[in-house]
Design a protein around this ligand. Structure first.
Ligand code: CP
Ligand code: NVA
Length: 343
């Protein structure tokens, strides 16, 4: 047996703060925006998740990494998980969060988005936005000298997808080669999951009703990424076929925020796409059930599945905080303030 002294240095011997992949991501992402998962390369997604796992394991290492950094959250839509996971995330790294409720005052109404950006960047280090129009986020990013993070728009929910694939890695060890199936509306969450899954080498299957498939722009992007990463993307309309042999089955509400006026039209269309015990039985026996939450119980998913042994929905919710802490560390240059980096 080899003695300790003769063993090759292992990856575990390098603290993540000095891991070359994470340092490369930190150098590229410092000061950048994260409006879309498409703003990140595959290597950067992997680095965020690797750092997220370390943040979860060793939160004390990062206790002062963002000392005195100021984060503003400007939200046009309701939130439980995103708001609290960002606030707790920055507070536990020495920074501070300021929440601005924009639900009754859409961004751009009182003054232009560019003017908001030119004011806010003078006081804070990062701007976190939850909006209806995706353009509100990209316009803020174009006019702000501090990073802008998409905390959900009608088009994407990238922070959700990062946490979800961190959860998958935690459960299965890797997302590469994993069969990931999303059943339901081709919405913001679906878009970000498609891109993230493709970037991590997962085989992604999407099952939506006709007329509710993901946006062609995202499909085209995702197709390019799966080709580069030698994985697959399938777009189906049959939920039964889509979950056949899946390792992870994911769904979301069929009526997203802003689409409430379509509720009665959508309900019958999405009924065959409900994730229930019969549908889960078609997935692999070890399959997990995932949902971004909030769930409409017994609409897109039954209580039996949501509360059942295959459900990992609260791990997803917890990992929102860890993955976002990793993202903030990279965008705000916090790694250099950790003890392991300085040693
Ligand atoms: N999943 C998610 O984004 O939850 P909130 O809408 O509560 O933030
Ligand atoms: N698709 C949902 C996600 C909520 C977290 C929505 O946009 O309302």
């Amino acid at each position: 047996m080899a003695s300790k002294a003769t063993l090759e240095p292992t990856e575990a011997a390098i603290p993540v703060q000095k891991d070359p992949d994470i340092l490369a991501a930190a150098a590229r992402l410092a000061g950048e925006d994260m409006c879309s998962i498409a703003d990140l390369s595959s290597a950067e997604v992997r680095a965020i998740l690797k750092l997220g796992h370390d943040v979860k394991r060793n939160p004390r290492e990062y206790r002062h990494a963002l000392d005195a950094k100021q984060m503003v959250l400007m939200f046009e839509k309701a939130s439980l998980r995103t708001r609290l996971s960002f606030e707790t995330g920055i507070n536990t790294m020495g920074g501070n969060a300021i929440f601005v409720d924009q639900t009754n005052s859409p961004l751009g109404e009182r003054e232009s988005i560019a003017d908001i950006a030119r004011n806010v960047e003078r006081w804070v280090d990062v701007i976190v936005l939850r909006t209806y129009a995706h353009d509100t986020i990209t316009e803020m990013a174009a006019n702000s000298r501090v990073p802008v993070i998409n905390a959900l728009s009608d088009f994407e929910h990238p922070c959700q997808a990062l946490a979800d694939f961190m959860t998958i890695e935690e459960h299965f060890g890797t997302a590469a080669g994993l069969n990931f199936t999303y059943v339901g509306d081709g919405n913001n969450v679906c878009h970000s999951l498609m891109l993230t899954g493709a970037q991590l080498g997962a085989n992604v299957t999407i099952a939506t009703p006709r007329g509710y498939s993901p946006d062609i722009e995202i499909v085209t992007l995702a197709r390019d990424i799966v080709q580069a990463n030698h994985c697959e993307l399938r777009l189906l309309q049959d939920p039964q076929a889509a979950v056949e042999g899946a390792d992870a089955v994911y769904t979301d509400v069929c009526v997203s925020m802003g689409f409430e006026h379509e509720s009665s039209k959508r309900a019958p269309i999405f009924r065959p796409f409900q994730v229930n015990e019969a549908l889960m039985a078609k997935a692999a026996p070890h399959a997990v059930f995932m949902h971004c939450l909030p769930a409409r119980r017994n609409a897109e998913v039954t209580d039996a599945v949501l509360d059942g042994p295959q459900s990992i929905v609260f791990d997803q919710a917890e990992n929102r905080m860890h993955a976002q802490k990793a993202l903030l560390l990279l965008l705000l240059g916090g790694l250099a303030n950790t003890a392991s980096f300085q040693q």
